[in-house]
Design a protein around this ligand. Structure first.
Ligand code: TRP
Length: 350
């Protein structure tokens, strides 16, 4: 099999991107494929979004905003095969084939599912299956189909997703063993790619920045009609600080402002900011410095984001361009998979 890396990652289309998504996923993913010739597949996991969100307007709006975000931040659709999961219907067919070859017991161990069962079991009066759809239960199988459809070798993900990559390996191995000869496996076993240097951002309240904690700083602002720069400033001003006076020396390692600054500044700038904390800096000024730092990096993307949001046709064309590239592969591979499991024409018709 080829030596070349094939990188693939999915972006669940729920909500809008926040600064944590930017420094933890968007920026490293786009940088990781610069200056090399690795193949890259990035896709919008809108079918995965349906598991958590059954509001059609929200699903649609989020797909639009997240597509615009990645393109505005520099994703080059010529370099990357950039597509929407639901456009590649072969993935769903593969997911079914994998479902039929995946032990239920393996899925019982999936942590997103288990977490829900644990809540149900410890809440008096709740059925153990409360709030669990077949979509949630089978989530790792759909994710395996996303990965195996394109024989990805490397999958950049957050730590919370490692288990799903292991499950994809497991499922691929079982399939190869059952249906393929040893020297001709259909699926490559994917590897999780975890970058320990990617910062985990702290949110407004000092906990990890996360949609579920409602403590995020939106990357481009929630409302396209409100000036994104003002929105960013407003959000930064809401970062919770302690009640120390401006002239008091402060502990940078205990400060959300400093924590976020580190994700945007050079080592030199970080050292300088650290000194300012030691000699006393007012929280207002520290926030101002943080705002300018972040804004310098993302202001150039903001205009492109607004243009794309105002022009969904351009985005749709880009997504169809990506879908065509992706389908070229998924059709070929699905034909082989069908054949391997015994689904093929009874005879050749002229
Ligand atoms: N489940 C992933 C997440 O929530 C998104 C995703 C869907 C994904 N399919 C994928 C990531 C395939 C990598 C590969 O982050």
């Amino acid at each position: 099999m080829s030596e070349k890396k094939r990188i693939l990652t999915g972006i669940t289309t729920s909500g809008i991107a926040h600064l944590g998504n930017y420094v933890g996923a968007i920026r490293p993913a786009i940088q990781s494929i610069q200056n090399n010739d690795d193949e890259a597949f990035f896709f919008l996991a809108d079918l995965h979004a349906l598991i958590k969100c059954q509001d059609p307007v929200a699903v649609h709006n989020s797909t639009k905003a997240i597509t615009a975000t990645w393109l505005a931040c520099g994703l080059d659709p010529e370099r990357v095969t950039f597509y929407r999961q639901s456009d590649i219907t072969e993935i769903l067919e593969l997911a079914w084939v994998l479902n039929c070859n995946c032990a239920k017991g393996l899925m019982n161990r999936a942590h997103a599912y288990k977490a829900q069962v644990d809540i149900n079991n410890t809440t008096p009066g709740l059925d153990p299956d409360f709030g669990i759809s077949m979509g949630l239960f089978g989530y790792p199988v759909l994710m395996a189909a996303d990965i195996l459809m394109f024989n990805a070798t490397h999958v950049p993900v957050g730590k919370d997703q490692i288990q799903h990559i292991e499950m994809a390996r497991d499922i691929a191995g079982t399939f190869n063993f059952k249906y393929c000869t040893k020297d001709n496996p259909l699926f490559v076993l994917p590897n999780a790619m975890i970058d320990d240097d990617t910062p985990l951002l702290t949110g407004l309240d000092g906990r990890k920045m996360s949609k579920s904690y409602h403590n995020t700083i939106p990357l481009f602002g929630e409302d396209p009609n409100i000036d994104g720069e003002k929105a960013l400033k407003k959000a930064i001003m809401r970062i919770v600080t302690n009640s120390q006076l401006p002239e008091e020396p402060k502990n940078p390692d205990d400060s959300t402002i400093f924590e976020i600054y580190k994700a945007f500044a050079t080592p030199n700038e970080i050292a300088k900011f650290r000194t300012r904390f030691a000699t006393g800096i007012g929280w207002g000024e520290a926030k101002e410095i943080l705002f300018n730092k972040i804004n310098d990096e993302i202001a150039p993307f903001r205009k492109r984001y607004a243009d794309l949001m105002a022009n969904p046709k351009e985005m749709e064309e880009i997504l169809q361009f990506g879908a065509n590239k992706a389908r070229y592969e998924s059709r070929k591979r699905l034909a082989k998979i069908r054949k391997a499991v015994g689904i093929k024409p009874l005879a050749k018709l002229k």
